[in-house]
Write a protein that binds this ligand. Structure first.
Ligand SMILES: [Zn+2]
Ligand SMILES: [Zn+2]
Length: 342
């Protein structure tokens, strides 16, 4: 099969073609696995972190890609959940142990043995991939392949972030940063919590205007004070300033959820501005969100199918994966970038 393979870590600034088009043997499904003919695979910021070594794959070469939609081509001898030809999706969670306390309580995203698709196991930048059948999902018919792919990452992690805020209908939610995941959170809130108001903090005036179009009641710059106190806030930025600045807007007992796989060191000094009475006192909480559990992927797909979510997509061929990554890094964002493979 054809695959775009990462052979070594590098800076995308210096190397604009980090992935190499390679002919690999077709993967063979294990007993409880399925073989998937990949139709589409979303391109995510996390791939940049993998290539540039901030979230390095444990072994190389590796096939990246964790927002995969395809058709079941073959089933393992003990896999019985899908028929050949079924359409399935695969997300960031590739597998977990299934036995530890986290797995048993449905928080397999916290499992010590958590494996990520396209990092710890070969992913969807290829014509075929295998996955344990328990970690594949049926895709609602309303979505085309390229529409469904980007929902599998930003949507599922947004869904989990929103769940972790504990937001109730009528409460106020803040969003710091307004990228793909925050868009989807705003849409979900409007649908599920029609009496809640959403307040957006973003550096870019364009993003602020866009959030107002999508129904945010207010949008301001990172350090601004929101006109109302917020019951919870979701931070999707890679830096510290928005975290510190957001805390002053929280209600007593409010919670800030950080949805970021890592935080940069560049503005870490901003944490020294943390003022205990203004930012932390009155039982304010900070919590991170790590990975996704299967229930988040299923929950989001079900919710999205009942809403008018239609992601804007920009389609690339498999062979153009490097171009998509370079554009993503340069923040040339015209909808979610998706590789159309079949
Ligand atoms: Zn992702
Ligand atoms: Zn486990």
């Amino acid at each position: 099969m054809k695959a775009m393979v990462l052979n070594e870590l590098c800076s995308l600034e210096e190397n604009k073609t980090p992935l190499e088009l390679t002919e690999l043997p077709d993967p063979v499904p294990g007993e409880k696995e399925i073989l998937v003919r990949v139709s589409a695979c979303g391109v995510c910021h996390t791939e940049l972190d993998e290539i540039e070594g901030r979230t390095p794959p444990p072994r190389l070469p590796v096939v990246l890609g964790h927002q995969v939609v395809g058709r079941v081509k073959e089933t393992g001898s003990e896999a019985s959940g899908f028929e050949i030809g079924d359409r399935v999706g695969i997300a960031w969670i590739y597998s977990a142990c299934g036995k530890c306390k986290f797995c048993l309580e449905g928080n397999e995203n916290l499992c010590e043995d958590f494996k990520a698709t396209g990092r710890d196991a070969d992913g969807g930048y290829a014509e075929y991939m295998t996955v344990p059948e328990d970690f594949a999902y049926r895709i609602p018919d309303v979505f085309s392949n390229v529409e469904a792919a980007p929902l599998l990452c930003a949507g599922a992690i947004g869904y989990r972030s929103l769940k972790l805020t504990g937001l109730k209908d009528g409460q106020n939610l803040g969003l710091t940063g307004f990228g793909a995941s925050a868009h989807l959170v705003l849409k979900m809130v409007r649908h599920r919590y029609p009496n809640s108001k959403v307040f957006v903090f973003a550096r870019s005036a364009k993003e602020r205007a866009f959030s107002r179009e999508l129904g945010a009641v207010w949008a301001g710059d990172t350090e601004e004070e929101s006109p109302k106190k917020l019951d919870s806030i979701i931070d999707t930025t890679p830096v510290w300033k928005p975290v510190v600045e957001a805390l002053k807007n929280l209600e007593p007992g409010g919670r800030l959820v950080i949805n970021a796989i890592r935080k940069e060191e560049v503005d870490k000094e901003y944490l020294l501005r943390l003022d205990y009475p203004a930012h932390v006192w009155m039982e304010k909480e900070i919590k991170s969100v790590a990975n996704v559990a299967r229930s988040d992927v299923r929950g989001f797909l079900e919710l999205a199918a009942g809403m008018s979510i239609r992601p804007e997509v920009q389609v690339f061929a498999l062979e153009e994966a490097n171009d998509a990554l370079v554009e993503l890094r340069a923040r040339k964002i015209r909808g979610a970038k998706v590789l159309k493979i079949d």
